[in-house]
Design a binder for this molecule. Structure first.
Ligand code: FES
Ligand code: FE2
Length: 448
């Protein structure tokens, strides 16, 4: 049975709550009025994960974060500070940056040539004397957006009165500090356009009830039924499943199962040594990885034993999931479509420790067989594609997420049926319920 912990209030004083038994009205997934209400109450008020600090190594580097109807540019200014501005010219409202990433010396609007310094200050107005009254350069500077960084990730908040990011994330920051995501490197960056509401996508990743049915490859290797769930204020939650174990619904196998063989080989353990004692693998790996990591140059010393072997998923309201292992993290989540409740975009960043510290081909060692990037590799291209491309096998976000994508459009289509009114949630869907409780609180402006 899943374990649920509701954590005490943290510094904001916002109480955690034991979720009430929920039924979810289908209208929140399909009505255009929900798009507008969520935009005002959630997307323009919450902290949003926007990208990676590693995309801004030098002065003038920028990337653009598009969400709903809004476009925000994030850049590194002359003082090496990272700043965010609405990506809109203060002359007549042209969207300035049309490339996703790049480097500039000044921010130049291509329409009539207004120029802004990297701190947003308007500095050049062609034929300035033709404006009457004169252009007020302070007032017509780029409009700033709140920005914060954490462990190599970049966040924005469009609400000028927003609480600090540290307060919004609460204990999550300390929990995840030992992983040092800032030392990981981008291995893949993908975006898929989906025919589903952003919350349909969110719900999918907030429960493991579906795992045995649509992810058959996990049935024997992931013990989802015994996951540990934690709920926090603002709609954040986490779940943990143990790694290097077998599903407790089934008898422990006599022989080391295939999915663990490659993992044990990589850290120099003989799979056959565990025949008859498969239940001891997880603890043995926790010790062994620390030893092999020391030899290769990867330091596990700040991580707990559970963090060395297990898979944690953190769900940060409203747009970020992190699936975390010691050597690799996936950051992913939905972005709403500007107008259509039946569509959204799903972004995924795969970050890994570099091959140089996670493997040694000569000794046949690898702390994680998925490692694929070297310190010297270029930033990977950002791949954008559609759900049909995934279903046709042309693109993949890993087999597990591909399987989720396969079902998401059918979930969304079902919401439109006259034969369906409300979703009904079980105890394994407690994080779905928690997310929707907080969604409702934001919509009702009832968050304190
Ligand atoms: S709209 Fe940008 S310079 Fe005119
Ligand atoms: Fe899934």
């Amino acid at each position: 049975m899943p374990q649920v912990t509701v954590e005490e209030p943290f510094s904001s004083g916002v109480p955690a709550r034991t979720p009430e038994r929920a039924t979810l009205d289908k209208r929140r997934y399909i009505e255009p009025s929900a798009v507008a209400a969520e935009w005002e109450a959630i997307w323009t008020r919450c902290w949003l994960f926007a990208g990676l600090e590693s995309d801004l190594p030098d002065v003038g580097d920028y990337f653009v974060y598009n969400v709903g109807v809004e476009s925000i540019v994030i850049l590194r200014d002359e003082e090496s500070r990272i700043r965010a501005f609405y990506n809109v010219c203060q002359h007549r409202g042209n969207r300035i940056f049309t490339n996703e990433r790049g480097a500039v010396q000044q921010v130049a609007c291509p329409y009539h040539g207004w120029r802004y310094a990297l701190d947003g200050q308007l500095v050049i107005v062609p034929d300035e004397e033709r404006f009457c009254p004169a252009v007020d350069k302070e007032e017509r500077s780029l409009k700033p957006v709140n920005l914060a960084t954490w462990a190599g990730t970049v966040w924005i908040n469009m609400d000028p009165g927003a609480i600090p990011l540290e307060e919004y994330l609460g204990p999550i920051i300390d929990n995840l500090a030992p992983y040092h995501f800032e030392n990981m490197q981008l291995a893949k960056h993908q975006t898929v356009a989906l025919d589903a509401n952003w919350k349909t996508v969110r719900d999918n990743f907030l429960e493991q009830y579906h795992v045995d049915f649509i992810h058959p490859q996990h049935a024997s290797l992931v013990d989802c039924c015994n996951s540990e769930n934690t709920l926090w204020p603002y709609g954040h939650s986490a779940t943990m499943v143990e790694g290097y174990v077998t599903n407790s619904r089934y008898r422990v196998p006599e022989k080391t199962p295939d999915h663990l063989v490659v993992l044990l080989d990589g850290i120099g353990l003989a799979p056959e040594d565990f025949h008859g004692r498969v239940g001891e693998i997880r603890e043995t790996v926790q010790k062994r990885k620390r030893e092999v990591g020391k030899r290769l140059g990867f330091d596990y010393s700040q991580l707990s034993d559970a963090q060395v072997t297990d898979v944690w998923q953190y769900d940060i309201f409203p747009n970020m999931f992190m699936t975390i292992q010691a050597e690799e993290v996936w950051i992913y989540g939905p972005r709403p479509h500007p107008t259509d409740p039946d569509k959204c975009f799903f972004d995924k960043w795969t970050l890994q420790i570099p091959l140089e510290v996670g493997s040694d081909p000569e000794q046949g060692l690898s702390l994680n067989p998925r490692l694929m990037v070297s310190r010297h590799d270029e930033r990977p291209e950002h791949d954008s594609f559609t759900a049909a491309d995934v279903i046709d096998g042309k693109h993949s976000l890993t087999i597990t997420i591909d399987q989720d994508i396969y079902y998401l459009s059918d979930m969304q289509a079902g919401m439109h049926s006259r034969g369906f009114d409300h979703a009904l949630l079980n105890e394994d869907e407690v994080r779905v319920q928690h997310f929707h409780d907080w969604l409702q609180s934001f919509l009702a402006e009832d968050i304190v």
